[in-house]
Write a protein that binds this ligand. Structure first.
Ligand code: ADP
Ligand code: MG
Ligand code: ZN
Length: 609
C-alpha cells in the first residue's frame, strides 16, 4: 500500500534534481555562447577588417562570430547585392551558428517546461491527494484517509437509553445475532441486513445505534448521509464502496448511516441541476452494496432518519432496510426514565421529584430532557449552590419552553396590566371548563423568546386521544386571553398572535383531518407530510372546498371566542381580583390560583339552563 506513494515521491525529487542540474551545468554552456545584436555597419566594419570567422546568412538574420571571440553577433540583413562574394573574399567561412535553436530550446524549457512541471506537481500533490482522501480506493494510498468513523467500542449500552422499550426489543435480536452469527446460520435463518430507525429529532436514534454496537461489543462504523455528498460525481459512490469494504474486513460489525435521507431521497428520474446525479450514483452504489454483501458474515446496517416518507422505495424493499423501528417521543413514564438517566450525571437533592418535571414536559424529546437537566445544573451553579434542587429543574423547564427570564426588560405598568389580564383570562377559562388540563403556573415575567407572560397547563395523566369537546375547549382557552383584554380594556393588542396561530391550526385540523366538523364529516381534506418535523399539511381538495374549509374554520374559532367572552363576562370579579394578585406577585402557582378561585363568590347561575 505504501509503495506507490514512496516511488512517486522519489520521482518528484528526481525531477527536481534534474531541473537544478540542467540549470547549473547545461544552461550556462549555452549561455557562454551569448548572442548579441549589432548594427549593420558594425557588421560591414567587421567584414572589411577581415575578422569574421564563421557566418550564416539567412533571409531574416545574419549571424557571425569573430576570431578569438565566443560571442555570436547577429544583425538584420539589408538589400545588399553581392554580400556573399564580399564575405567569401573577406575569408569568412560559411557555417551553421546556434543562435536560433539555442534560444528556442531555452525559451521552451523556461517558458513552457517549468510551468508545466509546476502544474503537474500541483496536480500530483494536491488534487490527487484530495481525490484519494475522498474516495478511498480510487487511489490505493487514500484508504487510510477515508473519513469513516470507526470506533472499536462506543462505550454506550442499552442502559444509557431510557424508555424506547420496543425499539430496544427489536434491536436486542440484532445484538444476539452479532454475538453469535453461527447460531442463526445453523438453523438457516437470515437476519435482516438492515434496520431503519425512524422518529422525530432528539429521540435517541443515534444513541440506540451506538448502544447496539456497545452491547454486542463489535466495531461501529458511523457516517452521516451528508458526508457522502461530495463535490465531484462518483466520489460518494466510492466512499460507499470503501465503507463496505472496510466493514466486511472487520465483520462482525455495525455500519451506521445517520440522516440517511440526505442520500436516500426518492430518485425522480428527471435529474435536475446540481448534485442530483451524484446523489443518485451514491444511492445506487449503496443499494448495490447492500445486495452484494453476505449477511451471514455479521455486518448489520443501521440507518436513522426523521423523514422516512422521502426515502426511495428501493431502500425499503426486503433484503435492504426491511426492518423499520419507530423511535417515538417518550411518554410520561419514558420522560421520567430519561430524566433519571441524565440526573445520575449531576449532583442533586434526594428529594427532587422527577415525575413532576416529566408531567410538565409533554412532547419533549430525549435530547430536550437531557438539556433540561443540564440547564438545571447550570442554574444551580449560578445560584451558588452545589446541588440541584427542584426549583432549578422547574425553572429549567420554563427556560427550555420559553427562554430565559428577562427581568431587565422594562414594561410599562399599563402593558403589564394587559398581560396579567390576558394570562388570567386563559387560566380562568381553562379552569372553568370541563376536560381541560389544570393550570400549573401563571407568570408575567417576560422571556427571551418574546413571550411577555404565559400560562402553563399540565395534564395529570398522559392523553393520547382528544375528543371533539376537548379540542373545542382548547380553542376556547386559547381565545380567552384576547377575550379578557377586550372585556377589560375595550381594545385589542398583538399579544394574542401566538394564541391565534395555535387556535387556527387546531380548528383547521379538526375540520380537515380529525373529521370533527358536521358539514364535511369523515373526509380527509389535508395530507400531512413530514410528520416528524412539525408536520406540513397540504390541501387535498378542490378550491371550492378549500373556501368552505376556511369558512368553517373561521366560524369554529368565532364560536370559541364567543364562548370565552361569555365565561369571562360571568366571572368578571374573579378576573379582576386574580389579575390584581398576579400583577403584584408576577408569578402564581397552580395551587395559589385554585385557592384564589375558590375564595371568590360563585357567579350567578346563567339565566337559562
Ligand atoms: P437523534 O439521533 O434521534 O436525533 P440522539 O440519539 O442524537 O437523537 O439523542 C441526542 C441526545 O439526547 C442523546 O445523546 C442523549 O443524551 C439524549 N437522549 C435522547 N433520547 C434518549 C433516551 N431515550 N434515553 C436517554 N437519553 C436520550
Ligand atoms: Mg441523530
Ligand atoms: Zn395568550
Amino acid at each position: 500500500m505504501e509503495k506507490p506513494k514512496k516511488s512517486f515521491f522519489y520521482y518528484c525529487i528526481l525531477a527536481f534534481i534534474i531541473v537544478i542540474a540542467l540549470n547549473t551545468f547545461v544552461f550556462p554552456r549555452f549561455a557562454a555562447n551569448k548572442v548579441q545584436e549589432v548594427s549593420y555597419d558594425q557588421f560591414l566594419n567587421d567584414m572589411s577588417s577581415q575578422s569574421i570567422e564563421k557566418v550564416e546568412v539567412q533571409d531574416h538574420q545574419i549571424a557571425y562570430t569573430l576570431q578569438d571571440d565566443e560571442m555570436i553577433y547577429t544583425t538584420i540583413p539589408m538589400d545588399d547585392p553581392n554580400l556573399i562574394e564580399r564575405l567569401y573574399a573577406s575569408g569568412a567561412s560559411f557555417a551553421k551558428l546556434p543562435t536560433q535553436q539555442d534560444s528556442l530550446l531555452t525559451t521552451l524549457l523556461v517558458s513552457y517546461g517549468v510551468p508545466i512541471l509546476f502544474f503537474v506537481l500541483i496536480y500530483k500533490f494536491f488534487i490527487k491527494k484530495m481525490i484519494a482522501n475522498q474516495s478511498g480506493n480510487m487511489m490505493s494510498f487514500g484508504k487510510s484517509n477515508a473519513k469513516i468513523y470507526a470506533k472499536d467500542q462506543t462505550g454506550k449500552t442499552f442502559a444509557d437509553v431510557a424508555g424506547q422499550d420496543e425499539a430496544k426489543e427489536s434491536l436486542r435480536e440484532i445484538v444476539d445475532f452479532l454475538h453469535d452469527p453461527g447460531k442463526y446460520a445453523a438453523i438457516g435463518a437470515t437476519l435482516p441486513k438492515g434496520a431503519l430507525l425512524v422518529g422525530p429529532p432528539g429521540t435517541g436514534k443515534t444513541l440506540l445505534a451506538q448502544a447496539v454496537a456497545g452491547e454486542a461489543s463489535v466495531p461501529f462504523f458511523s457516517i452521516s448521509g451528508s458526508e457522502f455528498v461530495e463535490m465531484f460525481v462518483g466520489m460518494g459512490a466510492a466512499k460507499v464502496r470503501d465503507l463496505f469494504k472496510q466493514a466486511t474486513e472487520k465483520a462482525p460489525c455495525i455500519v451506521f448511516i445517520d440522516e440517511i435521507d440526505t442520500i436516500g431521497k426518492k430518485r425522480d428520474g428527471a435529474g435536475s441541476l446540481g448534485g442530483n446525479d451524484e446523489r443518485e450514483q451514491t444511492l445506487n452504489q449503496l443499494l448495490a452494496e447492500m445486495d452484494g454483501f453476505d449477511g451471514a458474515k455479521g455486518v448489520v446496517i443501521l440507518a436513522a432518519t426523521n423523514r422516512p416518507e422521502t426515502l426511495d422505495k428501493a431502500l425499503l424493499r426486503p433484503g435492504r432496510f426491511d426492518r423499520r423501528i419507530p423511535v417515538e417521543l417518550p411518554d410520561l413514564a419514558g420522560r421520567e426514565a430519561i430524566l433519571k438517566v441524565h440526573i445520575k450525571k449531576i449532583k442533586c437533592l434526594e428529594s427532587v421529584d422527577l415525575k413532576e418535571i416529566a408531567k410538565a414536559t409533554a412532547g419533549a424529546s430525549g435530547a430536550e430532557l437531557a438539556n433540561i437537566i443540564n440547564e438545571a445544573a447550570l442554574r444551580a451553579v449560578r445560584m451558588g449552590r452545589n446541588v440541584v434542587i427542584q426549583a432549578d429543574l422547574e425553572e429549567s423547564v420554563e427556560v427550555i419552553l420559553a427562554g430565559q427570564q428577562r427581568k431587565s426588560m422594562v414594561i410599562s405598568p399599563r402593558e403589564k396590566e394587559i398581560v396579567a389580564y390576558h394570562e388570567v383570562g386563559h387560566a380562568l377559562v381553562a379552569a372553568l371548563q370541563k376536560d381541560s388540563a389544570p393550570v400549573h403556573k401563571i407568570t408575567i415575567i417576560p422571556r427571551t423568546s418574546g413571550a411577555l407572560g404565559y400560562t402553563m397547563q399540565v395534564d395529570e395523566q398522559e392523553k393520547f386521544l382528544l375528543s371533539k369537546e376537548e379540542a373545542f375547549n382548547k380553542i376556547v382557552t386559547l381565545t380567552a386571553g384576547r377575550a379578557a383584554e377586550e372585556l377589560m380594556f375595550h381594545s385589542i393588542t398583538t399579544g394574542a398572535s401566538n394564541d391565534i396561530e395555535q387556535a387556527t391550526r387546531l380548528a383547521r385540523a379538526m375540520v380537515t383531518r380529525y373529521g370533527m366538523s358536521e358539514s364535511f364529516g369523515m373526509v380527509a381534506l389535508e395530507n400531512v407530510t413530514n410528520q416528524y418535523l412539525g408536520g406540513d399539511a397540504s390541501l387535498a381538495c378542490s378550491l371550492e372546498t378549500a373556501t368552505r374549509i376556511d369558512q368553517e374554520v373561521i366560524s369554529l374559532v368565532g364560536q370559541a371566542h364567543d364562548k370565552a367572552l361569555e365565561i369571562l363576562r360571568e366571572n368578571m370579579q374573579r378576573l379582576n381580583s386574580i389579575s390584581r394578585w398576579l400583577l403584584e406577585k408576577e408569578t402564581m402557582t397552580g395551587e395559589e390560583f385554585m385557592s384564589l378561585l375558590k375564595q371568590q363568590p360563585q357567579p350567578l347561575p346563567p339565566a337559562q339552563e
